[in-house]
Structure formats: C-alpha cells, structure tokens
Write a protein that binds this ligand. Structure first.
Ligand code: 3H9
Length: 707
C-alpha cells in the first residue's frame, strides 16, 4: 500500500496548462467541486505564467473538469493559516494579464470561483450554469474582488441584492444582467470557451478588465446604502457580514478600484474572525455530514422508489404528498373519507396556485404537480407503491390499524413509513409481518417547506430500508437525519424541554411575551409561544389528552394552554391562541384574556408570581435543551452531536450563525452549563434537571461534547 507521501506524489496537479491552436488552456481538475484550495491557487498562477510566456498562445481559457466550474474557496482551509498565493493575489494576476483571458463556466461558479471569472476579460456560460456569490451564507463577504467587480458589471443595486441574498442566478439571467458575455447550449465548456476565444481573436482587441470599468457605477444613488442598512437592521439584526457587505459595495462606488479592494480585504478579514463565520461553516458541513450515517456503509444497497403512497390527506399528509410531487415522484394520496380527501386536494391546489401567483412556479408546472397526485379512498390503489408514508391522526390504535391494512395491501418489498412525531415506531412495526421494512419518516410542518426529515430507525429496520429513506430525503431536497426510537425522537424531545421550562417560567411569573423576547433575542425566528400558535395549540392539547386518557403517569395535569384550546383559541388559524392576531396578520399581540387565564391557573395552583429575569429564562430554556441533548447522545438515540445540530438548524430555526445547539453549547462553556444544570437540579429538582453524565464528564475533562 503506498504511503500518504507517495499517494500525494502520484496525484496529478489540479491545474494543467496545454495549448489548442492559438488558445492556451488552463484546466482545473480538483474533484468534487474544484474548490480553490492552495494547490488550485498556485496552479492557476503557474499555468497563467506558462500561458503568458507561450508565444503560440494569443488568448487563454480557464475551464474546469467534472460537474462544475470552481465552487469557491476551499472552505476546509478557513481558520487555518493561508499559504500564498492568496486568492486576491491570483485574481490580481489575472487582472494584469497582457493576453485576453476567458472563463468558460458550467455547473456552478460560486464565491471565489465567480471572482476568478470576474477577473477574466470574457465570461461564457453554458445554459445550465449558475453563478453566485454565496459567501454571506457562510458569514463572509466575497473577499477576492467580488464586491468591487460585480457592481462594475451589473450596477451597485443589483450587485448588492445578489451578494446579500447569496442566491445564484441562472446563465440566461446572468447574460441579461451583463454578468456573462455569452450563453451556449448543447456543448462542452471547452468548446464554448474555444469558440469565445475565436471570436475574441477575430476581433483582435484586448478587452478592458472589469476593474477598469466604471460606467455602471456612475449615478449610483447614495440613498441605496442608507436604505439597505435600515432594512438589514430590521430584518437581520443579529448578522455581522451583511452590514460589512453594504460597506464593501459602497466602497466600490466611492473609492478607486485599488482602494475599494483594500477596503474589501479589511472587511473580509473582520468577517473571517467573527464567531458567526465559524458557526455558519459548521452548519454548512453539518448538513452534509448527517448524510453519512455511522455504521451504514456508503455502498449499502437501496430500493428504487418510483411511486409513493401517502395515507391521510390532512395538513401533514398533503404537505408530504407535495414534497414527492415537487421531486417528480408520482403520489397516491389516500384518505378514509371523501370530504377529507377533497379538502386535502383543494388545500394542495391552493398552495400551488399561491406559489404560481408569486412567480415561483409556472401555471403549467403547478398543473403538472397536481396531475402527479392521485386522490383515492381505496387502499387497493397503494398496492404498487414502493413506499407508503402514513400521516394519520396521532393515535397508536389508529396507526396500528393502518399498518395492518398496509401490510395486507402493499407489495412485498414496499417500505412502510410512519410520520408519527411521538409514538413508538417499534410498536407500529409490530403490527405488520415485515418490521424490517418499517421506519419513521418524521416530516416537520409545513412539510413542503421545512427541510428537516428525521429518519427513525426501528429496532428491526433493515440497512437497505434506512439507506433508501436517507437517499430519498436528499432526492426530495430534505436534510435527512437518522435517529433512534424514543418518545419525541430527537427534535421534539429537546423541544419538549424548552416548552416545559417556558411553561414553568410563565407559571412562576414571566409572561409569554417575555419568554418569547428572550428566545428571539437569542436568534430564534419565533419564540416558544408564537411557535405554539403557529403549529396550533390543539395539536399538543390532543396529544396531552390522549396521554391523560391512556392513564400515562407522566401526563401533565391540564394547564392554561389547555384552557385556551378548550375555548377554541387554537393559535394563528383561529386568529387567537397565546396571542391574538389582526385579520390577515401574523404579528402576535399580547391579549389580556390570556393574562387572565394564566392568573387563574396560578391561583388554582397556589402560586404567587415573582419577577423572572431574562437571564433565568435564557438559562432554563437553553441549558435544559443541552442537558437533554447530552442524554440523547448517551442513549445513542442520536449518533453524533452534529446530528442534533442539523436537526435543530433545519427543523426548529436554531440560529445558523450559532452553528447548532451543541456547537453553541461548546462555545458557551460546558463547565458553566453543567454547573447551572446542577444548581437547577438542587433548586427546582425533577428528572429533567438530572444532569447528563456525558455533560458532567465533558465539563470535568474540558472536552467538547461528543469528542
Ligand atoms: C469563498 O469563496 C470566499 C471567497 O470569496 C474569498 C476567499 C479569499 N470547499 O454540497 P455537495 C464539498 S467562500 C470545500 O454535497 P452538491 C462538500 O462538503 C466559498 N468543500 O454537492 C461535499 O463534500 P463531501 C463560497 C466543498 O452537488 C462535496 O464538496 N462557495 C466546497 O449538492 C460535495 O458538495 C460556497 O459557499 C467548498 N467551497 O452541491 C459554495 N463546496 O462529499 C459551497 C462543496 O465530503 N458549496 N464542498 O461531503 C455548495 O453550495 C455546494 O457544495 C455546490 C454543490 C452547489 C457547489
């Protein structure tokens, strides 16, 4: 077996120079996405020098192998000392080139990749290409001239929008904006680039580098920057890099190119040093890491899923059906009653029509998706489905009956999944004669929007079935995270802790709006009670009623939230819940009726309210979550901290700039968290505050959790 050094020696250099006629070709080949690491940076400079020195080359062409043009700087190098040449140095060399340089773009030209292309004299893109500067999503700003060159090509206002959103544009739009000079279809990037070179050589002129252009900047209204700053202060008050992006683009307008570029560098380095950058990059890798399930080999056989059944046409079932239809997978949607089925189909149609009205789907696409959802009242129509997702009422009795029927009806090898959010997947699987084919696929509401999918592995779920569900998650654009069976699985079990503490804090004297203010101040998009209103108070109330009726000894006695549900205050959908809502508005407004219900509840329980500090709310809500997460790891319900981070990032709006629940906990200090948990265990008691052994151990040894 070769040593690592030998392997390194035989690996071809990621950038090669060759010549095709009068064109010097600089070919980048660094799988999987041609990220611009040190080897690519130095290779680009060397190849450029070879091309400039090559008397036979009158023009140079940068082209990439594999599925994409360069997808940006190599994120794995961030936070480590950067070896020269830096990317700004590479693009400066391109800018100074004495021969015309062309970039031929396919796949995605993102971040530093697009910045390389922007420093070329000409850009040609394949029709399917996408171009963007997504640095903001990593807590950064484009740091290799992107904030200076993009406004020079497409104007400051449009550039600001593109850089602040981080979203790429398609090739056709890029052409209309002036970001690329030509779009080609049905050819390879090399051919498209060579054709562009021919045109350029026939013309015989060396085009002006983008850095020397200023025509699109003249007349930029300075009010643009004031307005953007005000908008950001309102919409993204927590984020660091968007504000620096406005500063950098403003510098493009107000300063000469070299000074603007120096200002961009300064601002880029400030973003690089910010803890938000580390958090967002952790979140980026977390999303990809969770796809690799420990103990499940990457080459595990999977089953084909060409047709899916969904049982239950309620809000959840309808949303799940849309997820598959959106990915081009035909769906049979079953409900037990005609009325429910018609209502479900009408809701899906309304949803697609609203999306079409917003311009995010064409009317034809909306119709195509509707046509791929086949409503039925008969289980026989599920017989040839490769996967059936049950999304019926949250009752063990109901679900077991459905699974018995599915077992009788579905073809051998069909995967049977339950969307239960709380019930025991093994008990549901035991209702069938094929527990190896049963698992949980726990979607989050609204299912067609939320990216998280908890893939719940039962005691007898086979590797093939788990691998198929994980692959399918990716196919339908979800972040699938494998978890084990327990009440509430990972996400809701942790949420339950935050919910219980939020309720206890209100009982003791806080108001729902104080609790929510602390949570939104931390960075959650919604506080606990606003989220309860969004999800619907009746959902939790029904689950609690079910547990009470079943005589569950751990079921809580009815509380003020149950009182609200009984009064028909079911949340946003009834314009009244923990808050009240003006018609057509989602803004929560505190309601004296709710304060009175809370007061009555306190009196009934003999509680004299006390002032509760914001700090206590923060600690009790967040540290209880960390303690529970550590117990989940101890029990093996989640395999790694990164799984819990991804679940909270994609299912519950945990602020991505904090990296994830456990990434944040490590930064907050496990010693401090463990000490506080122990204090609450002494002062408040209860199993929820029993400190996790793993948490105590990490705190004692100073190790981050999970390492
Ligand atoms: C930047 O450019 C800063 C500059 O302005 C200034 C510098 C001075 N680096 O997502 P996938 C890996 S900031 C390293 O599953 P897809 C990824 O982890 C950068 N690795 O594929 C995964 O690895 P693994 C700005 C990267 O087809 C594998 O590639 N650029 C990078 O679904 C496949 O990725 C960005 O933010 C990278 N830059 O999507 C672009 N990118 O197989 C970030 C990917 O081990 N990347 N990997 O799990 C993306 O958005 C998507 O990966 C992309 C492909 C759309 C390219």
């Amino acid at each position: 077996m070769p040593s690592p050094a030998q392997t390194e020696a035989v690996r071809p250099h990621p950038v090669q120079y060759s010549r095709q006629g009068r064109v010097g070709v600089i070919a980048v080949d660094y799988p999987p996405v041609n990220a611009i690491g040190h080897g690519v940076r130095s290779g680009l400079v060397e190849a450029l020098e070879s091309g400039l020195a090559d008397d036979g080359a009158d023009a140079l062409l940068i082209v990439c192998a594999g599925r994409s043009f360069m997808a940006g700087a190599d994120i794995r190098e961030f936070g480590k000392p950067s070896a020269p040449p830096t990317l700004p140095e590479v693009v400066a060399r391109l800018d100074d080139a004495t021969k015309p340089v062309i970039a031929a773009i396919h796949g995605t030209a993102l971040g530093g990749g697009l910045e390389v292309a922007l420093a070329c004299h000409v850009r040609v893109a394949l029709k399917s290409a996408k171009l963007g500067l997504p640095e903001v999503k990593l807590g950064l700003l484009p740091g290799a001239g992107g904030t200076q060159r993009l406004p020079r090509l497409i104007g400051a206002a449009r550039a600001l929008d593109m850089i602040l959103s981080g979203d790429p544009v398609g090739a056709e739009e890029a052409l209309a904006l002036g970001l690329v000079d030509a779009v080609e279809d049905g050819t390879s990037p090399l051919e498209a680039g060579l054709r562009a070179a021919e045109r350029l050589l026939a013309d015989g002129r060396l085009p002006q580098p983008v850095s020397a252009r200023a025509d699109r900047l003249t007349g930029t209204d300075p009010a643009l920057f004031t307005a953007k700053r005000a908008e950001l202060a309102k919409r993204q008050p927590h984020l660091f890099s968007p504000h620096r992006i406005v500063d950098a683009v403003e510098a493009a307008v107000t300063l000469p190119f070299a000074d603007g570029a120096a200002r961009e560098r300064e601002l880029f380095l400030a973003c690089m040093d910010s803890p938000q950058r580390a958090g967002l990059i952790h979140a980026f890798f977390a999303e990809r890491e969770v796809a690799k399930v420990p103990g499940l080999p990457a080459d595990t056989a999977t089953r084909d899923v060409r047709k899916v059944g969904v049982v239950g046409a309620g809000t959840m079932g309808g949303g799940i059906a849309m997820c598959f239809a959106n990915a081009g997978i035909p769906v049979v949607l079953l409900d037990s009653a005609r009325e429910g089925l018609d209502r479900g189909i009408a809701a899906i149609r309304a949803n697609y029509e609203a999306t079409a009205r917003k311009g995010r789907l064409t009317a034809e696409q909306a119709e195509e998706r509707m046509a791929s959802i086949h409503p039925t009242l008969s289980y026989a129509d599920l017989a040839d489905s490769d996967l059936v997702v049950e999304a019926a009422f949250e009752s063990m009795e109901v679900k077991r009956a459905i699974f018995r029927t599915l077992d009788e009806t579905c073809k051998p090898g069909a995967i049977l999944a339950t969307n239960t959010s709380t019930l025991d997947v093994d008990a549901i699987a035991a209702a069938t004669g094929r527990p190896q084919d049963v698992l949980g696929m726990h979607f989050f509401s609204p299912a067609n929007v939320m990216r998280l999918l908890e893939v719940v592995r039962g005691a007898r779920t086979s590797d093939t079935v788990l691998a198929t569900a994980m692959g399918l998650a990716r196919r339908i654009g979800k972040v699938g995270v494998a978890v084990g069976v327990c009440h509430g699985f990972v996400g809701n079990r942790i949420l339950h802790q935050r919910g219980r503490e939020s309720m206890a804090l209100v009982e003791e004297g806080a108001s729902p709006e104080q609790v929510d203010r602390v949570l939104t101040g931390f960075g959650f998009p919604l506080g606990h009670f606003a989220m309860t209103d969004l999800a619907g108070i009746d959902v939790g109330w029904r689950i609690r009623e079910e547990r009470r009726k079943a005589g569950d000894p751990e079921a809580e006695a009815p509380d003020w939230l149950d009182t609200l549900a009984e009064r028909g205050r079911h949340g946003q959908k009834t314009a009244a819940g923990v808050y009240r809502y003006e018609p057509g508005s989602r803004t929560p407004i505190p309601d004296p009726e709710v304060a009175a219900a809370i007061g009555e509840d306190r009196r009934r329980r003999g509680i004299t309210p006390r002032p509760v500090t914001d700090e206590e709310i923060r600690e009790r809500c967040l540290y209880a979550m960390v303690n529970e997460a550590a117990k989940i790891l101890e029990e093996g319900i989640a395999a790694r901290p990164v799984d819990i981070d991804a679940i909270w990032l994609h299912g519950y709006g945990f602020p991505s700039w904090r990296g994830g629940l456990l990434f944040w906990a490590n930064r907050e200090g496990l010693g401090r968290i463990a000490e506080t948990v122990q204090r609450y265990h002494r002062d408040i008691g209860g199993p929820q505050w029993r400190p996790s052994a793993l948490l105590l151990q990490c705190a004692a040894t100073g190790r981050p959790i999970g390492c």
